[in-house]
Design a protein around this ligand. Structure first.
Ligand SMILES: C[S@@+](CC[C@H](N)C(=O)[O-])C[C@H]1O[C@@H](n2cnc3c(N)ncnc32)[C@H](O)[C@@H]1O
Length: 411
């Protein structure tokens, strides 16, 4: 069986997350386009189940046909794909997306395919709605809201491979749960951009990249308002711990988690057994958390003050020095509280000033404390890591970017 996965804004992280989550290390994968991963596997992949957990894949489905080019595709065959598994006596919904080159011709091609297929369906006596969107490709929202993954519809995804090796046609099986993300992001009681909130999908990808089992104890020692804790809870982790040196942040994280418990209809008791919070400085972590107890630490720490743009060399150097000291102190504590083989997935900031980009240079010292940098080990050469062994996550125009690392404790 072959499957396609349309990756999100930071495809390298999406690939790493995919290989940790799918446990598809034995399968054969290729990046047919920068943002499309195709995976062949002997056994069936539970795409819908997988999509419930993935943070960095926007759409996924099965490959149903391969052809030399679009001109070689018979519209009758496309109509048959759409009718597969639907109730033909009821209205059928269908749409197309074309991934790859040909941006300028896309809209025209989609319209010609859609209208042609609609006519064929009408000739077969099937009532059909051809779903289009003002963006050429159908977004997850359009796919879901127009019943294209409902069992009474289909989105066919045409993947034009970048290397002239023909096209693949896939059928979407599931799209990302955009409404769940939006509810957890905008609906939670405490949401203060000034505190520095990690984007929800990044939080989820980082958790998944740990590879930690759901029964493992997982900590965010810089929990802020609890975004990472929230995603851990939704993913089903049973022992979640959050800490922050600011008591007000701990209070806000608690309110957010209680809200989530109500939203998820969790019994209060079970919820409070799963999540615990403390107030404390990461530098004294081992006074709060027992030694050798944690399976993973996932965190976006304090990233320094927000930059305005005109900071001088010395100011940036001071920030780098202060943060390096804080993080190295934290890693000394992480070493004590992690179990054998435990991992840390963590964001470090990098500072962008015009052409100049400055990173924190502490990986060697982290290794000396007793960690190995292991991001990307599972995905082979399918994910393109930086020379530093990290993946960068940032938006153009940002002055502070995020650099994601994974370390395994060496004990
Ligand atoms: C960027 S926020 C964390 C975002 C958070 N991980 C989330 O899920 O949204 C950084 C947090 O680190 C906390 N902090 C700063 N220095 C700390 C320290 N030495 N020990 C523990 N927490 C600290 C701050 O109070 C702040 O709430």
């Amino acid at each position: 069986m072959r499957y396609f996965f349309v990756l999100g804004k930071t495809p390298e992280l999406s690939v790493l997350e995919f290989f940790e989550m799918s446990k598809a290390h034995d399968s054969c994968g290729s990046r047919v386009l920068d943002k499309v991963l195709v995976v062949s596997k002997k056994e069936k992949i539970d795409v819908r189940g997988l999509m419930e957990g993935l943070g960095g894949t926007v759409k996924a489905g099965e490959i149903i046909k391969e052809a030399e080019n679009l001109g070689k595709i018979d519209l009758g065959e496309l109509a048959d794909f759409i009718l597969d598994n639907v109730d033909k006596t009821k209205k059928v919904y269908f749409g197309f997306s074309i991934l790859g080159k040909r941006q300028e011709k896309k809209k025209k091609m989609i319209m010609s395919l859609g209208l042609g297929v609609k006519k064929l369906l009408r000739n077969k006596g099937v009532k059909a709605r051809f779903v289009t969107s003002k963006d050429e490709d159908l977004s997850s929202v359009v796919v879901k809201k127009n019943k294209l993954v409902s069992g009474q519809g289909a989105e066919l995804v045409i993947i034009e491979r970048g290397d002239e090796r023909g096209i693949l046609i896939g059928r979407t099986l599931e799209v990302q749960d955009f409404s769940g993300y939006s509810k957890r992001d905008y609906g939670r009681p405490n949401r203060d951009m000034k505190v520095g909130m990690i984007p929800l999908k990044l939080a989820r990808m980082m958790i998944n990249i740990t590879g930690a089992g759901k029964e493992e104890e997982v900590l965010d020692p810089f929990c802020g308002e609890g975004t990472i804790l929230q995603e851990l809870a939704i993913l089903g982790y049973k022992k979640i711990i959050g800490g922050d040196k600011d008591g007000e942040m701990v209070r806000q994280a608690k309110v957010n988690l209680d809200w989530l418990g109500v939203e998820c209809k969790m019994e209060n008791e079970e919820w409070s057994q799963r999540c615990s919070l403390y107030r404390g400085d990461v530098i004294k972590l081992s006074e709060v958390i027992p030694n050798n107890s944690l399976g993973a630490i996932v965190t976006e720490p304090h990233l320094g003050p927000p930059l305005k743009g005109g900071e001088g060399e010395e100011e940036i150097e001071n920030i780098r020095r202060e943060l390096s000291e804080l993080y190295l102190g934290a890693f000394k504590e992480f070493k004590k509280v992690l179990k054998k083989g435990g991992v840390v997935v963590m964001v470090f900031p990098f500072f962008i000033q015009g052409e100049r980009v400055r990173f924190l240079d502490i990986t060697k010292e982290i290794e000396k404390i007793g960690f190995e940098s292991v991001l990307g080990k599972r995905a082979g050469d399918l994910a393109d890591l930086t020379e530093r062994g990290s993946i960068l996550y940032f938006r153009p125009g940002q002055r502070t970017g995020r650099e994601v690392f994974k370390f395994r404790v060496d004990k």
